[in-house]
Design a protein around this ligand. Sequence first.
Ligand code: ZN
Length: 73
Amino acid sequence: MYGWVIVLLVFLCFYTILQGVTKLLQQRKHLEDDTLRKVVDTSIRYEKNYDAAIGHLGICEKCQKRLEEISKE
Ligand SMILES: [Zn+2]
């Protein structure tokens, strides 16, 4: 009788997990030079992957160094 509620809950759980995994994968991917340039000129704010890019930048030394180099160009 409440079968649809369970289906909805399972779907919501699945959706939440999927979102978490997607975010994690995006954070593990190194940022493109193009994206880093957008960080430098702050136009990254208008990108839809803004959160993931900044999140990755916060944990990745390699991208932080690259950002430093790009900002000196
Ligand atoms: Zn990186």
